[in-house]
Design a protein around this ligand. Structure first.
Ligand code: FE2
Ligand code: FE2
Length: 388
């Protein structure tokens, strides 16, 4: 028989039209995917008289779709809340950095409050929140980088099973890790190409400058945050700076920051360097396992972000192309993808979501490869924020 409008229990469209079902096992497959009803196109196919199957009336389908829309609407609502918290964080961090730049007193209390709001969200809905860590701007400034690192660090600390207090510390540390950069001229931070010896030495002073700023502000900040500020450019093989520390000498929170920092820097472009694709960045980090970063933490980090992290632009074996908007933690190769281009490469008018994990079309629903979104004039940030 040929079936149409097949939705799973979450209201996600699995198959739209003209899908051939040619065996009982396929019906069982659909049931296992949470499909309780569907349309059979009786003008096609052969009737299966002895198999009892519910046929949905248009009214029932309406209800089912409503439920699906509600589930998606709830997800979007959470995303919107998280987005608002992020906006508030942006203005707080921006003010803090400009205060620090001009030597004014800044309030750590406001940062702590903002981070606590973020942590509530990361604990409640980690995927929604991680989506916000993927919002990039071309040539992003220190404050956006600090927020993204903070988001990634809270998500990572939560994934590692840290206590809530420690996750808040991770968030604070992420925001403060590069505070020393306010003492370095912007032109130098954005300079392309080879730096002179003196320029390099100056940049390498930002961890120590950060500690000085914190001391001068007489704010009490967590011990782990001080270590993060000082050690986030150290590497376990001793190749980092400023102190060339080795393995156990580096605090775990600082390594968490390092991974988030490297990932965010690689995936953000500058005027002179194209951003790495999310999975290219993960691959580069993975190459540094055992040498620069502890392998175990790299593996946890990759697992948290997924093989195809949120924000990746991918091509499915069907030919459709879209943005990964949600990771399936039990199966990293089959995330949820918002399809933006159909199998002819045409931009679809209304983007739709495919949950690859619940599809039994194992072959053609797989991700074939990652693509460069810039070539297709796509800005993944638009699709991972709430502006869909
Ligand atoms: Fe840094
Ligand atoms: Fe950084």
């Amino acid at each position: 028989m040929f079936v149409e409008d097949v939705f799973n229990e979450k209201g996600i469209l699995l198959y739209s039209a003209n899908t051939l079902i040619d065996g009982y096992h396929e019906i069982e497959n659909l049931r296992n995917q949470g499909v309780s009803s569907l349309y059979i196109n009786t003008t096609k196919g052969t009737d299966i008289a002895d198999y009892k199957i519910e046929i949905t009336t248009p009214e029932m389908l309406g209800e089912l779709t409503e439920i699906g829309i509600e589930v998606l609407a709830d997800y979007e609502k959470k995303l919107e809340q998280a987005f608002k918290v992020r906006q508030k964080t942006i203005s707080t961090v921006r003010n803090m950095l400009s205060d620090a730049r001009s030597g004014r007193m800044f309030s750590l209390q406001t940062i702590v409050k903002t981070v606590e709001d973020m942590v509530e969200m990361v604990l409640e809905e980690p995927d929604v929140y991680l989506r916000l860590g993927q919002i990039k701007e071309h040539c992003q400034s220190t404050y956006l980088h600090s927020i993204n690192v903070s988001v990634l660090m809270t998500g990572f600390a939560a994934a590692l099973g840290y206590s809530k207090a420690k996750i808040v510390e991770a968030g604070i540390s992420g925001i403060l890790h590069d505070i020393g950069k306010v003492k370095i001229p912007e032109s130098l931070l954005k300079k392309d190409g080879a730096l002179t010896r003196q320029e390099m030495d100056l940049i390498r002073q930002h961890p120590a400058m950060g500690i000085e700023i914190i001391k001068a502000s007489s704010q009490k900040i967590p011990e782990s945050s001080l270590k993060v500020i000082m050690q986030h450019h150290e590497r376990i093989n001793g190749s980092g700076y400023p102190r060339r520390l080795k393995s156990k000498q580096i605090d775990e929170m600082a390594i968490i920051c390092t991974l988030a920092d490297v990932y965010d820097s690689l995936t953000s472009g500058t005027d002179y360097r194209k951003p790495c694709l999310p999975q290219e960045a993960l691959a580069l980090i993975f190459q540094g396992s055992d040498e620069e970063y502890p392998r175990e933490l790299v593996e946890h980090f990759t697992k948290m972000l997924g093989i195809y992290p949120v924000g990746s632009f991918v091509k499915l074996a069907t030919g459709e192309m879209g943005i990964v908007i949600k990771i399936n933690r039990t199966s990293l190769l089959t995330p949820q993808v918002m399809v933006l281009f159909d199998n002819n490469g045409e931009r679809v008018q209304i983007p739709y979501v495919k949950n690859l994990a619940v599809s039994d079309r194992e072959f053609d629903e797989k991700i074939e490869c990652s693509l460069d979104p810039l070539i297709y004039q796509i800005n993944p940030s638009e699709f991972v924020s709430n502006k869909m």
